[in-house]
Design a binder for this molecule. Structure first.
Ligand SMILES: [Zn+2]
Length: 137
């Protein structure tokens, strides 16, 4: 690259490579900080298309160092991961994480809140019966 010139091109390149605010957090939380291939702790984010300035959510996949290494080894030598396979791994894992969240939320409801719901339903039921009894008198 050329040294600092007066034209604006280097500035524009720099701006394009900047990481959009929150995108790392979004992909890491969506994947629960897990590697999308082996589900161990993810420490790295890979750019699926190989373009390190492409910070679109759809282009990112959290990986552990071991899987990240496999992704970057020569595809023809190792039959490693294609871009479409990486996206499938990512999408499948995000779906699993969503299910895990729903299950966790359901377990919370089953714990404390179910009792509250039951009490509310019982008291509503009593009130309705009371009204009906009065009506029949
Ligand atoms: Zn992994």
């Amino acid at each position: 690259m050329k040294s600092k010139g007066t034209h604006s091109k280097p500035k524009r390149l720099k701006r394009r490579a900047r990481i959009p605010k929150g995108v790392k957090d979004k992909i890491l939380v969506a994947c629960r900080h897990c590697c999308c291939i082996c589900h161990k702790h993810a420490t790295q984010i890979n750019h699926i298309d190989g373009d390190r300035s492409n910070w679109n959510f759809d282009n990112l996949i959290p990986l552990c160092p071991s899987c990240h290494g496999k992704v970057h080894t020569n595809y023809q030598m190792t039959q490693g991961y294609t871009t479409s396979q990486l996206k499938m791994y990512r999408d499948e894992w995000i779906q699993t994480c969503q299910i895990l969240r729903v299950v966790a939320a359901a377990q919370n409801v089953a714990g404390d809140q179910t009792l509250e719901f039951r009490m509310t339903i019982k008291s509503l039921d009593r009130r309705v019966r009371g009204l009906e009894e009065r009506r029949h008198r």
